[in-house]
Design a protein around this ligand. Structure first.
Ligand SMILES: NC(=O)c1ccc[n+]([C@@H]2O[C@H](COP(=O)([O-])OP(=O)(O)OC[C@H]3O[C@@H](n4cnc5c(N)ncnc54)[C@H](O)[C@@H]3O)[C@@H](O)[C@H]2O)c1
Ligand SMILES: [Zn+2]
Length: 370
């Protein structure tokens, strides 16, 4: 974070570097970024029907005022819209509007919008630039950085997509004030994950400003989004296509995905990953990989983010999901384990293979919270 209270992070991608701007008011920089990406002066602003009326339309107006010709498109809010069907509707609408190769996409919304809008941009006329305008913590901290875009299909989430790094990311932390508190908590889990795997001091900072973050205080949010983006960027830059160390970002996710699926997606991704981190910390402690006490530190830190009234999940269902996933991937699930807070254990290519019994024990332990 710089003296003006805003963060600016450079991310090096194979196709060239891009900047992530973080802070209250950076939305006003969207037209300049869009104009740089759209030589023809035409942009498609894509938003969902919840974020659209509060922030998407404003972005469209700012672009119009800047002299850009805007095609404003929305889709129904929610994960259920992250589909090939939405992709085909949006790309058809862009074709109907006559947007050419010299246009760009501006995606304004949460991770669903940045993933879907990014995939539209990756494929439209074989690829036009995308300016990402994330409006949820999750999209700011995680989804809009790293270049992964895509849609969900019947066989699973995010299985059809493309690597398409953005031309620029504008994360305006003032827009978090309209994000429901429950969604704030969900997204912040990924920030704690960044601290847990990469930076102990950051982890400690997160625990001390959790209330401010949940209240969408822009000073706290700007510092945290900036640091998380920086941490994720460092990992992604050195392993853009996820062959090696980028896997450490999956801490909490092997079990988290299983819990999320076992709840039929009634449980939010953040809550599932929080439980996944606790389970994987327990596994790490049991196998002697993770320092004793790490699970307790994580549990205390994540407690304010967990909603006690959340959907209950059966350990057996989560276990069944893990073994079906094992078949689908042609091998045993691999686990990222911590050495301590701020450090991942190197293991075998940053992951570990774990006995089914231990996994079952971990699931029972974290899911049996009554
Ligand atoms: N590409 C990646 O690397 C990556 C990483 C992590 C997650 N993801 C994806 O991100 C998606 C989840 O992101 P999400 O939680 O942001 O979901 P989302 O886009 O569905 O947003 C959650 C809800 O909050 C609303 N919302 C967002 N910003 C708002 C604001 N400022 N004010 C009011 N309402 C607002 C949305 O309309 C939606 O109803 C998943 O599809 C996941 O797969 C992608
Ligand atoms: Zn995640």
């Amino acid at each position: 974070v710089r003296p003006d209270g805003r963060g600016l992070i450079e991310v090096r991608a194979r196709g060239g570097p891009y900047f992530v701007h973080v802070g209250p008011g950076v939305l006003e920089r969207v037209p300049t970024a869009a104009a740089e990406s759209a030589r023809g002066g035409r942009v498609a602003v894509i938003s969902d029907d919840r974020v659209g009326p509060i922030h998407g339309e404003r972005v469209a107006e700012l672009c119009t005022a800047h002299g850009l010709e805007v095609t404003y498109l929305t889709f129904r809010a929610g994960e259920a819209s992250k589909t090939r069907k939405s992709w085909s509707i949006l790309t058809d609408q862009m074709l109907d509007a006559g947007l050419g190769r010299d246009s760009c996409v501006v995606a304004v919304g949460g991770g669903v919008t940045t993933d879907l809008g990014g995939f539209v941009a990756a494929t439209y006329l074989r690829g036009v630039p995308v300016v990402q305008v994330p409006t949820s913590y999750l999209a700011m901290i995680d989804a809009s950085v790293g270049g992964k875009t895509g849609v969900d299909v019947r066989a699973g989430k995010n299985l059809v997509g493309a690597f398409h790094p953005p031309a620029a990311v504008l994360a305006d932390t003032a827009v978090l004030s309209t994000l429901p508190r429950e969604e704030r908590a969900q997204g912040l889990v990924e920030a704690f994950k960044h601290g847990a795997i990469l930076d102990e001091a950051y982890f400690a900072e997160l625990t001390s400003v959790t209330d401010e973050l949940l209240a969408a205080d822009t000073t706290a949010a700007t510092a945290v989004v900036s640091r998380s983006v920086q941490l994720k960027a460092e990992v992604v830059e050195n392993d853009e296509f996820e062959g090696g160390r980028r896997q450490i970002l999956n801490f909490g996710h092997t079990i988290g995905h299983a819990i999320e699926a076992a709840s039929d997606y009634a449980l939010g991704h953040g809550s599932a990953v929080a439980l996944g981190m606790l389970a994987e910390a327990w596994i790490g402690e049991q196998t002697g990989v993770t320092s004793p006490g790490v699970g307790g530190v994580l549990a205390a830190a994540l407690e304010p983010l967990l909603d006690p009234g959340e959907a209950t999940v059966e350990a057996s269902d989560a276990l069944a999901y893990l073994s079906s996933d094992k078949k689908a991937r042609g091998g045993r699930p691999r686990f990222v384990l911590l050495d301590r807070i701020g450090q991942v254990a190197e293991g075998d290519g940053w992951t570990h293979s774990i006995d089914d019994e231990l996994v079952a024990g971990a699931l029972t332990r974290v899911l049996d919270r009554s």
